[in-house]
Ligand binder design. Structure first.
Ligand code: ADP
Ligand code: MG
Length: 840
């Protein structure tokens, strides 16, 4: 807190501008105030500026307002100063909000808590710190309505006899007012709540009374030093929620209302006069009109005593309240002019707070980014840029993915068709082969026609047989060709499988960007690709199996001639063996008979040898026989394998057909789905077209209305000009009158006449300007509602051109407001004067 000279009592003025309230926003009101925070300056429209001790723009929180402007005042209390905080402003400008006049205990931890509860809290905190002091605190809460004082803490709520006495020693005393002793913050808050409740009850009983009454919450503090009884202070803290400063509308100013209005304005005007009188250096020690109203009498102690006084001037930023706002600004400015040495009082705490807040915000952004995994790549790069480029990249990737999956789906479809054709051809081929085999097996083919031709005599028959022989050859050739064909098709299938695998690998890379709007299409394509891949693999396996089976049967057929040869061999060998056996037996018999004959010994020897030879031959033959039977067994086993293979091949073919069918079904499903989606898209487009049309129509209407508004604005501007001229003339006349006053009474009648005429013109012009203004405000209210509707529709339809148009029309309104600002200035200044004269 800045040290102040004890003798100079500066009334500090805080300007507080609340945010636009929803009602004002919905009526299309614009901010008509701008702020220069470093300079504590507020600018009205674009020319008039006012400077105060503190200026709080709409973003200022209660805590900031309190800490910056009110808290130093409270600390001053402990030095023995009286302190007063006054909230001034039109109804709805945020006086009660700022003062915390509707405080309830549930609000305790909310940031919207106003001045009074915060003051109480701080007061008791400070009190706790001052252990060497003894304190007695008392609280009273009253309301001034129609120049009557109502005790808000009185248990009976009846109008007790309250009167104001001036004690030469103790200053102003209110006799009969309830004073509650409070020991802690809770007690005090309880009193505040009780009083607030009484106020609210009263306001429901008497319509909008709260804005027509002044409420004063007073805390009286006695402090004595425990060690030094002589050192004691007795001071008061007044926290005042003044009545609305708005001018009473002429239409309402009748009867009680008129009286009420006069009374409210009297209090405020007297306050202003008192402030002026106190602040005027020339009138120092002069008469101060405290007695003109109860308000000023009650505040007499704190205005002009050892008090710090703070006025919180509350204003609405809406241009529809400009007149009242200007009045408030002027009033506050007058209050501030009490001292011509403005106190530069920048609170380092608030600055630090702001700085820290900013830092916290920055850190929060960084944190968010870190959480989102999008930490800026380089520190120089702005995060938003980074995000932008990422978004673009993502978009292009999504598009590419869409394209690719479309391609994939087409390719998969083609593959499926081709595969189907292949399968069909293969089936045909199989049938043909079977036929061919049949033909080959046909008896006709087995005839040895060559021999027949040679033996036959008949020429005709010969020719016929020749034809049949040719046919035989053709059949054999055909078979060879078909074998070659099968081999070629197998290679083709294998190749296709390879290429499919490649494309599949590509498809897989784009798989994770499945979030594209055509996710279903992509999925379908991938599924189809998967299935065709499976099909191709099956085909490949099938081809391999078929090749194997073929080879085996081929081997078999190669074995066949050998086998038959062997069989004949076996037969020959067997007969040989049996003949040899017979010979052997004969020989044995001969040998027996020959034994008796010695001469025949030689012969028998030869025979024995022969017998041995024969036995050797027989053994050999038997071995051969064995081998041959083994071979036969082998053949049987290969035959079994082949048949098993064939079985497998059949199964695989079945599987293939099933897969094919599944693929087809899937494709069909997809086709149906797509058809339906296409239909939906068409419907949506149609709806969009309709909405566009509607929008256009609305836009057209809106334009028309905007034109009307423009015309009205122009009219208003013209009225303005007339008013200006009239005012100019009025001034001229005044000047002239001053000049001619010296010239005596001659022409007095003429002067009075022209003066009257001018005066009348000024009044007429003023009224006209006012009427135009209220018309414009009304029109704008309607337009703003339409604008809102249009904007909602525009946003739903995402049509950016409309937004542009909307801002155009906002421009028209803004323009009309700069026009209407000038009559405000005039009417505003006139008004202040008229209120004054009213009262006089
Ligand atoms: P007054 O007492 O001057 O007639 P109020 O304090 O009742 O006005 O305020 C009118 C409305 O404006 C209330 O709804 C209040 O919540 C709101 N208001 C006033 N000041 C602010 C502010 N600084 N921030 C947000 N809302 C505010
Ligand atoms: Mg209020």
């Amino acid at each position: 807190m800045v040290k102040e000279d004890e003798k100079v009592i500066p009334v500090r003025v805080v300007l507080r501008c609340r945010p636009l309230v929803p009602k004002e926003i919905s009526e299309g009101c614009q901010m008509c105030l701008s702020f220069v925070p470093e300079e504590q300056q507020v600018i009205v429209g674009n020319d008039k500026s006012f400077t105060y001790d503190f200026v709080f723009d709409p973003s200022a929180e209660q805590e900031e307002v309190f800490n910056t402007s009110v808290a130093p005042l409270i600390r001053g209390i402990f030095k023995g100063y009286n302190a007063t905080v006054l909230a001034y402003g039109q109804t709805g400008s945020g006086k009660t909000y700022s003062m915390g006049g509707t405080y309830t205990a549930d609000q305790e931890h909310e940031p919207t808590v106003g001045v009074i509860p915060r003051v109480i809290k701080l007061l008791f905190q400070e009190k706790e710190r001052r252990l060497e002091w003894e304190f007695t605190l008392k609280v009273s809460y009253l309301e001034i309505y129609n120049e009557d004082i109502l005790d808000l803490l009185s248990p009976s709520r009846e109008r007790s006899q309250i009167s104001i006495r001036e004690d030469p020693k103790e200053g102003i005393k209110i006799v009969g007012l309830t004073e509650r002793d409070v020991a802690c913050a809770q007690d005090t808050i309880l009193c505040l709540e009780q009083g607030n409740n009484s106020r609210t009850v009263a306001s429901t009983a008497m319509n909008s009374q709260s804005s027509r009454s002044h409420a004063i919450f007073t805390i009286s503090i006695e402090q004595r030093k425990k060690s030094d009884k002589n050192s004691s202070f007795r001071c008061k803290l007044h926290l005042v929620d003044l009545a609305g400063s708005e001018r009473q509308k002429k239409t309402k100013a009748e009867g009680d209302r008129l009286k009420e209005g006069i009374n409210i304005n009297r209090g405020l005007l007297c306050l202003g006069n008192v402030i002026s009188a106190l602040g005027d250096e020339n009138k120092k020690g002069g008469f101060v009109p405290y007695r003109d109203s109860k308000l000023t009498r009650l505040l007499q102690d704190s205005l002009g005593g050892n008090s710090h006084t703070l006025m919180i001037a509350c204003v609405s930023p809406a241009d529809s309240n400009l007149e009242e706002t200007l009045n408030t600004l002027r009033y506050a400015d007058r209050a501030r002019k009490i001292k011509n040495k403005p106190i530069v009082n920048i609170d380092p705490q608030a600055a630090e707070l702001n700085h820290l807040k900013q830092q916290v915000q920055q850190l929060q952004v960084l944190l968010l980014q870190a959480h989102g995994g999008t930490l800026p790549v380089s520190i120089n790069m702005k995060p938003s840029e980074n995000l932008q480029s990422l978004m673009e990249k993502n978009q292009s990737l999504i598009e590419e993915n869409e394209k690719l999956s479309r391609g994939l789906s087409e390719a998969a479809g083609q593959t499926a068709q081709m595969l189907e054709r292949i399968i069909l051809t293969e089936q045909e081929n199989d049938k043909m082969n079977a036929k061919l085999e049949e033909l080959r097996q046909h008896a006709a083919c087995k005839l040895d026609l060559q021999k027949l031709v040679e033996t036959l005599e008949d020429q005709e028959l010969k020719e016929n047989i020749e034809v049949v022989r040719n046919l035989q050859q053709v059949i054999v050739q055909l078979q060879d060709e078909s074998a070659a064909c099968v081999a070629a098709s197998m290679e083709a299938v294998a190749e296709m499988a390879n290429s499919e695998q490649e494309s599949d690998a590509q498809a897989e890379t784009s798989q994770d960007s499945k979030r594209s709007p055509d996710a279903f299409t992509t999925q379908h394509a991938l599924r189809q690709a998967e299935m065709s891949k499976a099909l191709i693999e099956l085909n490949k396996a099938l081809a391999l199996k078929e090749a194997l089976a073929k080879k085996m049967t081929q081997n078999d057929s190669q074995l066949e001639p050998i086998q038959s040869q062997y069989q004949t061999n076996i037969k020959g060998l067997e007969s040989e063996v049996s003949s040899l056996q017979k010979e052997k037996e004969e020989l044995i018999l001969a040998l027996h008979t020959a034994k008796k004959d010695v001469n025949q010994a030689k012969l028998s020897e030869r025979r024995r040898k022969r017998l041995q030879e024969l036995e050797g031959q027989m053994n050999e033959l038997k071995k051969k026989l064995n081998e041959q039977s083994k071979l036969l067994k082998l053949k049987e086993s290969t035959e079994r394998t082949v048949s098993k293979l064939n079985q497998e091949i059949r199964e695989m073919k079945n599987q293939r057909v099933q897969l094919m069918r599944q693929m087809k079904e899937d494709a069909e499903k997809f086709r149906q789905w797509k058809q339906q989606k296409d239909k939906e898209v068409i419907q949506l487009k149609e709806r969009d077209r309709k909405r566009q049309y509607e929008l256009l129509k609305l836009e057209r209407d809106f334009k028309n209305q905007a034109n009307i508004l423009r015309r009205k604005t122009e009219e208003a501007a013209a009225a303005n000009k007339r008013l200006k001229d009239a005012l100019q003339k009025q001034r001229e006349v005044v000047d002239k009158r001053k000049e001619s006053q010296n010239r005596g009474m001659e022409g007095a009648a003429a002067r009075v006449k022209s003066w009257l005429a001018n005066e009348v013109e000024v009044l007429v012009s003023t009224e006209e300007a006012r009427r135009h203004l209220s018309d414009l405000l009304e029109d704008r209210k309607i337009l703003a509602q339409e604008l809102l509707q249009l904007r909602e529709k525009g946003e739903a339809g995402e049509t950016p051109p409309l937004k542009l148009r909307v801002s155009d029309t906002q421009g028209v309104i803004a323009e009309s407001y700069t026009h209407s600002l000038s009559p405000y200035c005039y009417t505003g200044s006139l008004l202040f004067g008229s209120v004054k004269s009213y009262d006089e």
